[in-house]
Design a protein. Structure first.
Length: 269
């Protein structure tokens, strides 16, 4: 699934190519995505994309009176292509913007294209999202407060979008390794100092992933068609049995919340 770095890479690529562009047509070849593409989206012709923003793993194409809300689901990607480019079998939604088209490709159809009106408060999918990890709002003090009284493992907690939004499985393992924290540690037992380390590590990990174009484990490509390469630079993720890049000890794999966790028992205590 595209995570925060992949969505941010997509946002940056789209922002410089779509801002100020007028939507001349909307073409929906397959409306049956995670949620059916609503009639509101079909009626967007004539609006102008003012900016491209991100909230967690959601992209928002700001049209002034509302925003087109896009989620890439498990396998989705957005490409900017010349208008008239023939669609493939998994190319479900096009926004035509003059001489170019913004195209959603989603083989598994877990993505979404919805309309979020500016009136009436946050969209229901955004209303309960937690703190943005790349913002100033996430620091050691905030993370310490968010974890008080929690018995759940810290990896599960930083992946909980109601608390910290957008830290996916790869980046949680990597950030915990960078912070030297065992992923199984009950969140409520972390000291303020360790929360400071972890907050910094989350930011450093996500920024490194964005610079690398994200991670392309399955279907993700950026809006320019380029694959991300963060997975080739991972410290522990998907490296079970291989040497830890810090100490040389063997990386271990366990399962937490039905997801693979990778860590170094020697470094992360």
């Amino acid at each position: 699934m595209p995570e925060l770095p992949e969505v941010e890479v997509t946002r940056r690529g789209l922002a410089r190519r779509l801002a100020g562009r007028r939507i001349s047509a909307v073409e929906v070849r397959e409306p049956r995505l995670r949620w059916r593409v609503p009639e509101d989206v079909l009626a967007l012709a004539g609006r102008t994309v003012r900016a491209v923003r991100r909230r967690g793993k959601y992209l928002l194409l700001d049209c002034g009176d509302g925003a087109i809300l896009v989620h890439l689901g498990m396998s989705g990607s957005l490409r900017v292509l010349p208008a008239g480019t023939a669609p493939g079998p998994h190319d479900h939604v096009d926004l035509v913007l003059g001489d170019r088209v913004l195209r959603l490709r989603d083989p598994r159809r877990f993505g979404a294209v919805l309309w979020a009106p500016a009136s009436g408060g946050p969209h229901r999918l955004l209303a309960h999202l937690g703190v943005e990890p790349l913002s100033r709002a996430l620091d050691g003090a905030r993370l310490h407060a968010l974890t008080r009284g929690l018995r759940a493992p810290i990896k599960n907690v930083i992946m909980d979008a109601r608390r910290v939004v957008g830290v996916g499985n790869i980046y949680a393992s990597e950030a915990l390794h960078r912070a030297r924290i065992d992923p199984r540690t009950p969140a409520g037992r972390l000291s303020r100092e360790r929360c400071e380390r972890l907050a910094r590590a989350i930011k450093l990990t996500l920024r490194a992933a964005i610079r690398a174009g994200g991670a392309s484990l399955r279907d993700f490509v950026g809006s320019d068609g380029v694959y991300g390469c963060f997975q080739t630079r991972a410290r522990v993720y998907d490296r079970a049995g291989l040497p830890c890049r810090r100490c040389g000890g063997a990386v271990r794999r366990i399962v937490q919340g039905q997801r693979s966790t990778f860590f170094c028992p020697a470094c992360q205590r």
